[in-house]
Design a protein around this ligand. Structure first.
Ligand code: ACO
Length: 311
């Protein structure tokens, strides 16, 4: 009986309980989770590309091994998230199809290019910093498998953020040219990082319902503000500036004020017209095609094992 099941679900949410895969849940709750977790998984997988671009050109063996480990962590995050989404009744191959056909969303941030080594620092510091602000509250999301996946992901993201900060610190305390390269990267990544949090609250169609369901715990604008407040003092410590003349401490609000975000740019990127959208999808598609033999070998092996167990 749906009314009774709905009442039980509502009571779980009200009591800060966890919804688990076998529990009854409203179809719209299932759908929004598949949407958000799927997009999140795709972001991790597509997010391997901007940094993968620098693995062969990292400035030292140590930097190279750190970067490789970081990109592998992102692959792992994608896999935990695809698994969490699968508990809701969609399979990974369907999600992958949607991604390579260009019908699934992934974070806008990964459609920007990485022309210099300093971009590795700016991605770690700003992009992973923004990801942490957004994702720490998701460790308390009402859907159990998603919340549990987020715990480990956040620990790894914190480490990534520190390594990005450290890259920029080294550069900004290096030669003039190195410092200029670090500043240029920060100038390019700052505004796109603020866009990661999504549209302003008044234009966020999913927020109210997702907050009522306790999937999201804070609104897009609240988390964006938290990120700005956290990042300004870190920029000072790095000796770098943030490219916003309107950025200043507001004593009354107890927060930093910041300038207007270019939402036209955000919308363009979401429509597939960012600087690297085509490249990201084309790379993902060819990686998928090149991996066909692995999937075939794995399923032939699995079938053989199953046959052996049955004999
Ligand atoms: N990039 C691409 N799409 C976005 C972005 C963004 N930065 N922000 C919002 N959108 C999309 C939403 O997915 C939604 O699209 P849809 O309705 O077609 O599915 C639409 O814009 C409207 O936005 P909201 O109503 O605010 O959507 P939502 O409530 O899902 O909030 C948010 C967006 C904050 C990104 C949320 O989905 C979330 O917290 N996701 C988990 C975190 C995540 O995916 N991080 C990925 C980047 S971090 C990393 O991977 C390192």
């Amino acid at each position: 009986d749906h009314t009774e099941a709905q009442a039980e679900f509502d009571a779980q949410i009200a009591a800060e309980g966890r919804i688990e895969p076998r529990d009854w849940m409203p179809e719209a709750y299932r759908k929004t989770l598949i949407r958000q977790i799927g997009q999140h998984a795709h972001s991790e997988i597509i997010g391997m590309q901007p940094e993968g671009n620098w693995i062969t050109r990292a400035p030292s063996l140590k930097r190279k091994s750190i970067l490789m480990a970081k990109v592998q962590d992102e692959a792992g995050h994608g896999l935990y998230l695809y698994s969490a989404a699968e508990t809701l009744g969609i399979d990974r191959s369907t999600m992958t199809e949607q991604l390579i056909e260009g019908t699934a969303r992934y974070s806008s941030i990964f459609n920007y290019p990485t022309p210099t080594w300093a971009d590795m620092g700016a991605i770690g510091w700003l992009v992973d910093g923004a990801a942490i602000c957004n994702q720490v509250p998701l460790c308390r999301a009402s859907y159990g498998p998603y919340a549990r996946a987020m715990v480990r992901i956040c620990k790894e993201e914190s480490f990534h953020q520190r390594q990005g900060f450290e890259i920029l610190y080294e550069l900004s305390h290096g030669t003039e040219a190195q410092k200029a390269m670090a500043q240029d990267a920060v100038n390019r990544w700052w505004w796109p990082s603020l866009m990661m949090f999504g549209p302003p609250d008044a234009e966020s169609p999913n927020s109210a319902q997702s907050m009522a369901w306790k999937i999201k715990r804070f609104s897009n604008d609240e988390l964006r503000q938290r990120f700005v407040d956290m990042t300004v003092p870190q920029a000072e410590h790095l000796g770098l500036t943030l490219p916003d003349p309107d950025l200043k401490w507001n004593e009354e609000r107890g927060h930093y004020d910041f300038g207007e975000i270019d939402w036209t740019e955000f919308k363009e990127v979401l429509k597939g017209r960012g600087p690297c959208n085509h490249l990201r999808i084309a790379n993902r598609k060819s990686a998928h095609e090149n991996g066909a033999w692995v999937r075939e070998a794995a399923s032939v092996y699995a079938a053989k094992q199953a046959q052996r167990a049955a004999d």
